[in-house]
Design a protein. Sequence first.
Lengths: 225, 225
Amino acid sequence: MGLARAAPTLPSPKGGGAKKGGLRERKKQKTRESIQRTALRLFEKHGYEQTTIEQIAAAAEISPSTFFNYFPTKEDVVLFDAYDPVAIRMFLERPKDEPLNVGLREVLKNLVGVFERDERMILARGRLFLEVPELRARLWDEAERTQLLILDLLAERTGRRPDDFELRVAARVVMAAILEASKEWMRSNGRHSLVELADRAVAVVESGAHLRAPTVKRARKARRS
Amino acid sequence: MGLARAAPTLPSPKGGGAKKGGLRERKKQKTRESIQRTALRLFEKHGYEQTTIEQIAAAAEISPSTFFNYFPTKEDVVLFDAYDPVAIRMFLERPKDEPLNVGLREVLKNLVGVFERDERMILARGRLFLEVPELRARLWDEAERTQLLILDLLAERTGRRPDDFELRVAARVVMAAILEASKEWMRSNGRHSLVELADRAVAVVESGAHLRAPTVKRARKARRS
DNA sequence: CTTGATTTTTGGAGTTACTCCAACTTTAAT
DNA sequence: ATTAAAGTTGGAGTAACTCCAAAAATCAAG
């Protein structure tokens, strides 16, 4: 869903060998996702703080040590997003002359289709992000990575250098808009369409947030969801 | 400086009595700031992770228990910002018909004047925020509170309701711009003027970030600072 | 100034997330 | 089957935090 970007941080147990499509590698992915599923289930049932790593490990039938082989911290088990690499690839494969907002909409549209079957889990994660301060905090920090991605895309699209201050501001601002949309989506428990929310949010950025009082511009359209 | 907003979270030791301007209350403020100063000094000298609460407590001549009386977590000792209440008050006292960006500029200008004598410490904090992931994360989360403040101001100024989605996006986006400016300020170690950076950042938001490629608008002005 | 109530500080005992590491088990490749 | 690499595990340790009850400082009133 392009929110968190935990993947690069992950340990990839021990040394780090393991060739790309190897059987071993796929098995690890399985284990990772299984641990995450177990953890989220327990978190939902008993709460995040109340659930200890020991409990998760027991329920997932691994040792606590192994847990830490897969996730550096308790937070990361929530943060991990198997869809992230997919989302990133989609983004990078967009034509470079396409406006960012259009690309964003398309990527989101596709993505929503892809993860429909996991929606329950994704919303559970969302709730955790809203409720548990440490998780919220980590999420915002991970968003920095998304900002860098957006920055690159913007740089390509505008021909400006990626260290241009104004451009960096633009990137962060776009990311902020997306975050607020995601947050609203989580808050509504998925009842609003993420694509639509993101669209509206980015539109605000695009047209310029009106900070000078009197121009009471009309709120756009309305929802359907 | 309006970045972090730790104050409301703080424990106000034990029960919570202590009348407003009381001698006791002022003494506690003293202690709190002393602990913070000590901690920051040690962090700068030995690094954040390397410094334990025990060491801070020892150096500040209090017991570890007392440390936790003043700050709920190790992070909070960095996050705490004595100027925050001041900044908030300044903000709220601005005329309600003044455009937000103007108000912001004025508040910052005043504020920079006020904390000039502490600049060393403030920059040390800044460095920590940039370097230590947990602190960075917390900072972004605290920024949510700033967002709420901005949201209120915007609501007043535009006559829209504070739960309006577009307005929330606007608030977040403004905050994001300010954050990026602060970050740049920290990164430059205070060599760029915070006021100017914030001005430029908010200008980007105001005029709308250009996401559609070809309009290569000129970068504004240039820097001096 | 003394007494008594209130607030603050402190120490101690306990929990949990996490680290480090060496030993053991499994898997893949010859 | 043998070996080397990758993955799993247990154990011992650290440091952040919580809870609580006792000691110490502070304040208010007589």
